[in-house]
Design a binder for this molecule. Sequence first.
Ligand code: NAP
Length: 249
Amino acid sequence: MIATSLRCLVTGAGRGIGRGIAHDLISAGHQVVLTARTESELLESAAGAENAYVITADVTTNATEIVRKATELLGGLDVLVLNAGEGISSKFEKTSDELWNSQIALNLTAPFQMMRAALPAMKAQEFGRIVVVASSAGKIGAPYIAAYTAAKHGVLGLVRSVAAENPDCGVTVNAVCPGYVDTPMTQRSVANVVARTGASEESVIAALVAHEPNRRLLTVQEVSNAVLRLINGNSNGTAVDLPERESNA
Ligand SMILES: NC(=O)c1ccc[n+]([C@@H]2O[C@H](COP(=O)([O-])OP(=O)(O)OC[C@H]3O[C@@H](n4cnc5c(N)ncnc54)[C@H](OP(=O)(O)O)[C@@H]3O)[C@@H](O)[C@H]2O)c1
């Protein structure tokens, strides 16, 4: 049976999907550490809740230290939501080593380091829930986003491998794979295309969602619901597609 008050760490909790997940965990009465680089956004996300704590840090340089500090603040760690991420687009031939390395560092290496830091104590207490916010870009290729796509494919491999290596120990490791979500990250991408092409915002969004099953942006709430289902359930090694089907692929 899952405890009524879980000790949770949510990365990228300053805005967008991470803010929504942190908000839902706080509202459910769990103890939540929110982390990102922008303190003002974290404080807005925490909204003065007594069961919320803030760590301002960069996951690409402080991954292990963030897990250590959160564990200390909470007196242990039950839930790790690895959501911090960003997709920077670039034509493949123009993708610099710097862009490649930064996309891998943020979307793949930081989740690896945080999982590695959190897992031993979760196994020792025979309970843990690790959920990665990956992307549909972790399962299919798309133009102008090779580094992000490679990192998100990699993080799904990481999830499946860590889950396979740690069966039946009370710890589950899963991912959610959303299509386009209505968040500041998507708003930034749309604004870039509008600035570059002069197209209207509506037409850019319509083009983004043209191949999505429901032809609209997902809401943060839909993604958060899927993450909370994984935290409350027992699935292990799954990569949940949003919208639509759940798959074990
Ligand atoms: N939006 C979509 O359509 C979509 C679709 C599929 C998957 N996703 C994934 O969902 C996750 C959240 O995306 P979002 O749309 O909510 O993005 P967002 O609105 O830009 O929020 C991203 C969060 O991550 C934090 N972050 C970024 N770089 C960081 C770093 N180096 N260290 C610590 N924190 C960092 C940001 O805060 P600071 O900048 O203050 O650090 C912010 O709180 C990402 O992993 C993204 O790949 C998004």
